[in-house]
Design a protein around this ligand. Structure first.
Ligand SMILES: Cc1cc2nc3c(=O)[nH]c(=O)nc-3n(C[C@H](O)[C@H](O)[C@H](O)COP(=O)(O)O)c2cc1C
Length: 211
């Protein structure tokens, strides 16, 4: 059975976030066309996404050094368990929809924290003598990316690291990325909001056939 993981990276409510308005319409159509798919949602600003910090890295080193998991601090046990569950959930999925805004030319910090739970050496990629090697196969992702300004057309001089980073990190672990959907420019011209959202919805629905 095909499993689609729907990852939301905007902290705004679903009906306020522009990328989510588009993604919700996409998802409704997707469900109609794929009624047997299992759909799971990850909400990176609602869920407890474990952050990699010094204590987390120390615990990893202790485990690699032979320490028994049950002997770790209970808080760290809980953190590691949640971390591993997120990695496993990602590995078990076949398709992904990543709904993210552009924040200060990059991705929201909690989405980065989430990617840190799924880009794991030995599970989703591995180091080899010839460099890193992706370990995931037969998986596809669609990105729905919201930004206040317009960047996808190349008319901006600014280099952005939101949508390109998400595709790069997914490709790094072996996930094929479909051409992204851009929900962009509403902050520049709010009078065009409906037009921009509707065009993005139409385009996103056309991507369903590419999955
Ligand atoms: C903290 C923050 C940083 C932002 N940085 C940018 C930016 O660098 N470039 C841009 O075009 N829009 C930027 N925006 C605007 C959002 O990308 C835009 O409002 C977009 O529609 C957000 O998507 P959402 O409505 O799905 O949350 C920023 C918004 C916030 C809250």
């Amino acid at each position: 059975m095909t499993k689609l993981l729907f990852i939301k990276a905007s902290p705004l409510p679903d009906d306020v976030s522009r990328s989510m308005v588009v993604a919700s319409a996409f998802l409704e159509k997707y469900k109609q066309e794929n009624p047997n798919d299992v759909i799971e949602r990850v909400d990176v600003y609602e869920q407890d996404i474990p952050l990699i910090d010094g204590a987390f890295m120390a615990a990893g080193n202790e485990l690699r050094g032979g320490k028994v998991f049950a002997d770790l601090d209970p808080v760290m046990q809980d953190k590691l368990t949640k971390f591993d569950a997120l990695t496993q959930q990602f590995m078990d999925a076949d398709r992904y929809v990543i709904v993210s805004p552009l924040w200060n030319l990059g991705i929201p910090p909690m989405l980065k924290a989430y990617f840190d739970t799924v880009v794991v050496a030995g599970k989703t990629f591995r180091y080899t003598a010839n460099g890193p090697e992706a370990l995931l196969q037969n998986k596809k992702a669609l990105q729905i990316h919201g930004s206040g300004g317009v960047y996808s057309t190349g008319e901006s001089d600014l280099e952005t690291h939101g949508e390109p980073y998400i595709n790069t990190i997914l490709n790094f672990i072996g996930v094929e990325t479909l051409p992204s959907i851009f929900v962009e420019g509403v902050d520049y011209d709010p009078t065009r909001k409906d037009e921009i959202l509707n065009a993005a919805i139409e385009e996103s629905v056309r991507r369903i056939g590419l999955f």
